[in-house]
Design a protein around this ligand. Structure first.
Ligand SMILES: [Zn+2]
Length: 445
């Protein structure tokens, strides 16, 4: 490295040798050797240039099939590949690409182990950025490593695509289906998770929340990695699913019943609670309207989140307000108490007694004459079997789908600038997909 041009030649050479040693120790490009290395000072910081040459008598490989082929020609100008920065000084590999004549693919550019195709980032650099992008936002990553948002996004996308190509979808026994609202309005995405004890991960992201969305997932599950292989109907991965956990959303339930013929569909505790919470909130809104007519709307002011939160999460002031509200014979208070009471359902060990409790609870809710609660009862009664399946699964889904749902919200809320569905898909797979990564000689992050 040309730290100072006036240095004696021997010192310059030994510095170069040291960088070479480090590069050789952290990479493994078998048929290539590092050549000249120097610090190019076109700007104060400049960049470190590293020449790469083919090892003597080594043959190039076809970038399409990996076959060793005779060289057709060699480029005049070297191509630049961005490597992991050293002390925040950018590092570029310079390599004169060869073209080979492949018996199958004709004259084609050679394959090199540090990169591929037209991507100017080395695989190490992509992995480096992508791994930081898991801890920082994409724009923070770009800022910290003096690159652009687009380059970070492409790096993450590449890692995700690699991971999806190399992941293993065998052995999925339990799945959870959830929907998330993307942006404002009626844009939804369907997310499918594996929720087995030994492996919990995001399996799929699809647009919308229709039957088609979930069908697309099962199609992926049954065919991914099996291209061209014939799989018998009963051998399909979707037939090996034992538990499918979802909301009471008709399109999902229809597809699960149609495709996962060996699975029990379970209603997720977290989704059931969501419906119940919504019923309480609707009751509150009705009460606010009534109190307003009577000029007493002060009573329910700032109470919305008190009824939505779990009692143990209330602040001191909220808890005080709640105990004050409990003194009024308001419908929302009664609905709230019913909601809290419903939690007991999940505590039962015996499905029989849980069923008795459920029917009893429903009868009481119907007698309350509170419309939103009666509507909830109707939904529950329509899906009683699926709700009771929860006991057969021994509380399998408890918390897992909810945990993922929270992480998804956190990821999308961070304001990474995921304006497109594609970016959202990439970031979710990247953070929750537990995808495999290309092996590297050294961890640069
Ligand atoms: Zn080839």
């Amino acid at each position: 490295m040309d730290v100072c041009a006036k240095q004696p030649r021997s010192s310059y050479e030994s510095t170069e040798m040291q960088l070479k040693t480090i590069l050789n120790g952290t990479t493994n490009y078998k048929s290539f050797v590092f050549g000249k290395i120097w610090w190019e000072r076109d700007t104060p910081e400049g960049y470190i240039a590293v020449e790469i040459e083919p090892r003597k008598n080594s043959k190039a490989i076809c970038s399409e099939c990996g076959r060793l082929c005779p060289t057709y020609d060699t480029a005049q100008e070297p191509r630049e590949f961005e490597f992991v920065p050293l002390w925040m000084i950018p590092v570029y590999f310079l390599y004169k690409m060869r073209r080979v004549s492949c018996p199958e693919h004709g004259v084609i550019v050679e394959g090199v182990p540090w990169g591929d195709g037209k991507n100017t980032q080395t695989i190490e650099m992509r992995q480096f950025l992508a791994n930081w992008a898991r801890r920082l936002s994409w724009s923070e990553t770009a800022e910290c490593f003096r690159t652009t948002f687009g380059k970070v996004q492409r790096a993450v996308k590449w890692i995700v695509d690699w991971g999806l190509k190399h992941r293993d979808l065998e052995g999925v026994k339990s799945i959870g289906v959830d929907e998330v609202q993307i942006h404002k309005g009626q844009n939804y995405a369907t997310l499918v998770y594996q929720i087995d004890n030994e492996n919990k991960r995001l399996l799929d992201v699809e647009k919308d929340r229709s039957e088609e969305s979930l069908e697309k997932f099962f199609d992926k599950l049954d065919t991914e990695g099996l291209e061209g292989k014939e799989v018998k109907e009963e051998e399909k991965r979707s037939k090996k699913i034992e538990w499918a956990c979802s909301d009471m959303w008709k399109p999902y339930m229809n597809v699960i019943a149609k495709i996962c013929t060996n699975a029990l569909n379970i209603l997720d505790r977290f989704h059931v609670k969501g419906h119940l919470t919504k019923a309480v909130d609707e009751t509150r809104k009705e009460d606010v309207r009534k109190l307003k007519e009577e000029g007493r709307e002060e009573i329910l002011k700032k109470s919305k989140y008190i009824f939505l939160k779990n009692p143990e999460n209330l602040t001191c002031r909220q808890a005080e307000k709640l105990s004050e509200l409990l003194g009024y014979n308001l419908r929302v208070v009664r609905a709230y108490l019913m909601k809290e009471d419903f939690e007991r359902f999940w505590e039962y060990k015996s499905a029989y007694w849980a069923g008795r409790f459920l029917d009893d609870w429903c009868a009481r809710a119907m007698r309350s004459k509170i419309e939103p609660m009666k509507k909830f009862v109707q939904t529950i009664r329509d899906h009683r079997d699926l709700l009771m399946n929860w006991f057969a699964s021994q509380g399998l889904s408890s918390g897992v789908v909810e945990g993922f749902n929270n992480k998804v919200k956190l990821t999308t809320r961070k304001g990474y600038g995921f304006r497109t569905f594609e970016a959202l898909e990439t970031v979710l797979y990247h953070t929750l997909g537990k995808l495999p990564e290309p092996e590297s000689t050294h961890r640069f992050w």
